[in-house]
Ligand binder design. Structure first.
Ligand code: NAP
Length: 292
């Protein structure tokens, strides 16, 4: 039987938990946690992501603010905004929505974020702390994957986890986290130069797919009863839909799902947990700041 790793339902539950904690904190006289976002340019997908983050912040009782900057802003100006937020005592954490325009050095911008406010967990300090198993802000999407597995009591100890993708924001941290003591998996990380990919993915007890290619993973690449986590999200033009598109993942769910013991749907799987992880990281930053 195929079970659903229901990210939507779990995200509502965790948002409730965060909202209760925020209510208790403010009732005890503490100020309201505050998450800020920097949005450069007017990319449609980035605007949607930031709007969702604002909406979710409001749902749990956080303050949120968005710094909307022009597409042609220069690096020095952007660094000034980051410096301002790094020093703003009323902001607990902030994110810089990626991707940034081509003329800006993304890594330089990330490196300028204070590690104490880096709630996306993208700075070298936080990645380093994560790899060493120290207290860190864990990047939101891999953290969401971990939460989905843990809250659904998925057995991971000694299992073979195959991760397709090695990006800094998903594949690399996901592979690291699955290999560490909380999960105790044996991990194989695959990428575009991997040979015989289907042969490797067929060995996966847990298959995490973050490849960025619509419906890439097909039934012949998945073993029976695998736990399947599909990180991909794509808008496919579709004239039969009112919106003009439908959403799909990196996995061909129509043929793969029935083989799996657990599967994340798209949408409603990893996506909602990504935003929740950002909220959790913001609360973590806030509590650390006040030793709560
Ligand atoms: P990315 O930066 O494009 O990385 C894709 C990875 O897949 C790369 O490591 C690449 O290898 C590898 N790859 C590409 N073609 C391959 C092939 N034929 N065989 C094996 N590996 C291959 O993407 P990302 O940022 O990690 O995101 C992955 C997907 O997750 C995207 O669909 C994205 O939209 C989605 N996403 C969703 C959420 C969410 O909240 N649901 C959050 C973040 C991302 P190389 O390193 O060799 O190039």
């Amino acid at each position: 039987m195929t079970n659903i790793l229901d990210g939507k339902a779990l995200s509502l539950q965790i948002k409730d938990e965060i909202a209760n904690e925020v209510r208790a904190l403010t009732a005890a006289g503490h100020r309201t946690p505050h998450l800020a976002a920097i949005l450069v340019g007017d990319d449609g997908a980035s605007q949607t992501y930031v709007a969702n983050k604002e909406k979710s912040s409001a749902e749990v009782g956080f303050l949120s603010s968005v710094y909307r900057l022009a597409e042609n802003i220069d690096e020095a100006e952007l660094l000034k905004v980051i410096d301002f937020l790094n020093h703003d005592d009323e902001v607990d954490g902030f994110i810089v929505q990626l991707p940034l325009p081509k003329h800006i050095d993304e890594q330089k911008i990330i490196n300028a974020i204070s590690p104490d406010k880096d709630v996306d967990g993208f700075t070298p300090i936080n990645i380093g702390r994560m790899v060493l198993g120290q207290e860190a802000f864990i990047p939101a999407t891999p953290k969401g994957i971990c939460t989905l597995l843990q809250r659904n009591n998925i057995e991971t100890e000694g299992k073979h986890c195959v991760v397709i993708g090695r990006s800094n924001i998903v594949g690399t941290p996901a592979a690291n986290l699955m290999s560490r003591k909380t999960f105790n998996c044996t991990v194989t990380m695959c990428h575009s130069r991997t040979r015989n990919l289907p042969e490797i993915t067929r060995q996966a007890d847990i298959l995490i797919v973050a490849i960025g290619k619509p419906e890439f993973v097909t039934a012949d690449m998945v073993k029976d009863d695998a736990v399947l986590v599909d990180v991909g999200i794509h808008r496919i033009p579709d004239s039969s839909k009112k919106s003009g598109y439908h959403l799909c993942g990196d996995v061909k769910h129509s043929e793969v799902d029935s083989k799996c013991s657990w599967v994340t749907p798209v949408p409603g799987g990893v996506g909602p947990l990504t935003i929740v992880s950002l909220l959790q990281n913001t609360l973590q930053a806030y509590k650390k700041k006040y030793n709560l």
